[in-house]
Design a protein around this ligand. Structure first.
Ligand code: ATP
Ligand code: MG
Length: 672
């Protein structure tokens, strides 16, 4: 490994395993070989706007055809300019017109075990009714609607109803505090709040409406609030499965309703008409605002618009998940994150897919809940996060073994890099060594998946998101914008606009230009480091801000973490730099254990293990054992907080998106 200059990053990881797509899988896939993928990619790269325009004509319904594929006034993009369409129409009416009214759109299971099913025709009806409810409360095109709900079908109904009338939704994950809701409501200047009285999480009914009441006291622009009664299922009869199952009891909480401001969802729906034509929306009409996870700092209100986002969510869903009509697709992400927006709702529904939606925790009533759901609903495609996979590994294979997972044909991951050993476990224990794994790299900002294997075409390597999708042209550069060589780590950028890209940060064009477009002129700066290997495979190396600088070598977080996770005693690891007079930075790691006792002997063993796996340079100087790592509410490790702790700082940066505040105190208290 040579010393580097110019901000490149050394790669020390050695991962050589290769898994070609199973023959049977490839034979039936949409894209069947590496050659076919390459051909499509080359064709798209030759003229990206033309490539996307050809798809847009076929894949979306146009009330008025667009005139120009792309108007690019860097950094502002207008895709499919002059066209008019509607996302709700594309997800619903277009499927009904294709004769899919009786197909199941949403299979839903509540945490207590209650279940429901909605066909496309039923979903269409509910959405039309709720769109009329929104209108009756004075909501019109361009108004912002804030949504704070658990994972229930009404959340999807509310989104699609907003889209139907051109209102812009801002969904806030139903685990955030009142302060976080209020901050987002003020930033978006939301006019209406949609909420639920409660939601189930690990056996407890969360008092969501109480939190909302507190938030609304500090959200001056919000005039009205619609409240769903979770448990008593509005709008559906017993025959549809409403209220059936062991958990049909209504949570025993008293909800205070403020006269003139608060309205019950089911009361408004009773009177609503089921006729509501979809509004004809400009291609660039904003569809939603979504705040990022806050891994690197204060969340940004990312703006997405209509046609480009819709096309991108749909096509990436079809390509990456190789969707077929008989698939049961389960994305475990909460709709409060972009993964839920694009791959629980907009992507799958515009493709006419059947999705499973689950309300609660993976470990309620016990750690086998996900596997039981896969068996019960015969899930064929399962898409989850590395943080969940690491938890499954820790909980043990016995929970998996109790269930028949033979319906699965494809697995996916998103949200963080997956450590190769976690990938191997996923492949072996969940996939039965038969299912390809799509490791999908993307961001709230990108709207949909950017890099991922196409499961019938691209052989996988554990820990690599492999190759860019057609129409996506990445590059790896130094901070001065020079391309780096093969196997050199550097900044990941995109050289061309794409339809799913963010159109800005809500109300803050300057920050948009600053964060994404100023550091490498003319290119989209993703904020992650990556390297590209000899086969043209991309390996994400962690956040730009998180690079460790050890004795003049710049090291990536994930490689050190993956080396630790490959030790049988380690469940999770986070690596950060700590200021050090001699080396510039020392390597500090925080480790949670899968088995074994935290002690000095294990500490020494782990140091040796890392040295053996990836070299002396990356050997940790400090190892702290901890019961848990600080994570965002979307489950990502917050290294910036650990960096502050490792440096011995008294106070740490913005913690508003931290999942569990007690973790920081515990880590501080953990004895060295
Ligand atoms: P913020 O931008 O507020 O700091 P965030 O970046 O965590 O929050 P998201 O948009 O939810 O918000 O996450 C996108 C980031 O997640 C990517 O930039 C990348 O760092 C990480 N990521 C997502 N998928 C993968 C993947 N498959 N491999 C590696 N990293 C991934
Ligand atoms: Mg980010």
């Amino acid at each position: 490994m040579a010393a580097v200059a110019g901000g490149q990053i050394d790669s020390v990881m050695q991962e050589k395993r290769l898994f070609p797509p199973p023959k049977e899988f490839a034979a039936k896939a949409r894209i069947k070989s590496l050659e076919e993928y390459q051909e499509l990619w080359d064709q798209a790269a030759a003229d990206p706007p033309k490539f996307w325009a050809d798809l847009a004509r076929d894949e979306l319904h146009w009330f008025q055809p667009f005139e120009r594929p792309l108007v690019w006034k860097e950094p502002f993009a207008e895709w499919f300019a002059g066209g008019k369409t509607n996302v709700s129409y594309n997800c619903l009416d277009r499927n009904l017109a294709a004769g899919l009214g009786d197909r199941t759109a949403i299979l839903w299971e509540g945490e207590p075990g209650d279940s429901r099913k909605l066909t496309y025709a039923e979903l269409h009806r509910e959405v039309c009714k709720f769109a009329n409810v929104l209108k009756s409360l004075g909501i019109t095109s361009g108004d912002r609607v804030s949504i704070y709900m658990p994972m229930v079908p009404e959340l999807a109904i509310a989104m699609l109803a907003c889209a139907r009338i051109g209102a812009i939704h801002s969904i806030i994950f139903a685990g955030f505090s009142a302060e976080a809701i209020a901050e987002r409501n003020r930033d978006a200047e939301a006019k209406l709040q949609i909420a639920a009285d409660t939601g189930w999480r690990r056996g407890k009914a969360l008092p969501l409406k109480e939190t909302v009441d507190e938030a609304l006291a500090k959200s001056p622009t919000v005039q009205k609030c619609i409240v769903l009664r979770r448990g008593a299922v509005a709008g559906l009869s017993e025959a549809d499965g409403a209220g059936s199952g062991p958990g049909s009891q209504t949570p025993a909480t008293v909800v205070s309703m403020q006269a003139g401001r608060d309205f019950w969802w089911h009361e408004l729906m009773e009177k609503a008409s089921a006729e509501c034509p979809a509004a004809s929306m400009d291609s660039e009409a904003p569809l939603f605002i979504l705040y990022t996870s806050g891994s690197t700092g204060k969340p940004k209100g990312i703006k997405h618009t209509t046609a480009g986002y819709n096309l991108y969510a749909k096509k990436t869903f079809q390509w990456v998940f190789d969707h077929r009509d008989d698939d049961i697709f389960w994305c475990t992400a909460d709709i409060g994150w972009v993964t839920g927006h694009s791959y629980v709702v907009y992507g799958p529904l515009s493709a006419g897919a059947t999705v499973l939606m689950y309300e609660g925790a993976p470990n309620h009533p016990d750690e086998s809940r996900f596997w039981q759901l896969i068996e019960k609903y015969k899930v064929t495609i399962f898409y989850t996060a590395p943080t969940a996979i690491r938890a499954f590994i820790k909980w043990g294979d016995q929970h998996v073994k109790k269930h028949d997972l033979s319906s699965l044909r494809l697995l996916g991951t998103v949200g963080e890099g997956i450590n190769p050993e976690a990938w191997m476990w996923y492949h072996r224990v969940i996939g039965g060594e038969r299912c390809p794994i799509v490791d999908t790299w993307w961001q709230t900002e990108t709207g949909g998946i950017m890099m991922s294997p196409l499961p019938g075409a691209i052989p996988t390597k554990p820990g690599s998101c492999t190759k860019p999708l057609p129409g996506i042209i990445p590059e790896i550069v130094t901070p001065s914008g020079q391309p780096v060589g093969k196997n050199q780590g550097g900044w990941l950028v995109m050289t061309h606009p794409w339809p799913g890209m963010l159109r800005g940060i809500w109300g803050d064009d300057d920050r948009y230009k600053e964060v994404y477009w100023s550091k490498v002129p003319g290119k989209y700066l993703a904020g992650d480091n990556a390297r590209c290997d000899d086969d043209g495979y991309y390996w994400i190396m962690g956040r730009i801000d998180d690079v460790l600088n050890v004795s003049g070598h710049r090291l990536s977080t994930i490689e050190i973490e993956s080396a630790l996770v490959s030790h049988p005693s380690v469940a999770e690891a986070a690596a950060v730099g700590r200021p050090d007079e001699l080396k510039g930075e020392a390597v500090a790691v925080f480790v949670t254990l899968r088995s074994g006792e935290p002690n000095d002997a294990l500490r020494e063993q782990l140091k040796k293990h890392v040295r053996h796996e990836i070299g002396a340079l990356a050997q940790p100087d400090d190892i702290r054992f901890t019961g848990a790592l600080p994570k965002t509410r979307s489950g990502k490790i917050m290294r910036r907080l650990l960096r502050d702790i490792a440096a011995g700082k008294e106070t740490v940066g913005d913690t508003t998106t931290l999942e569990d505040y007690s973790v920081l105190a515990k880590i501080r208290g953990d004895e060295e």
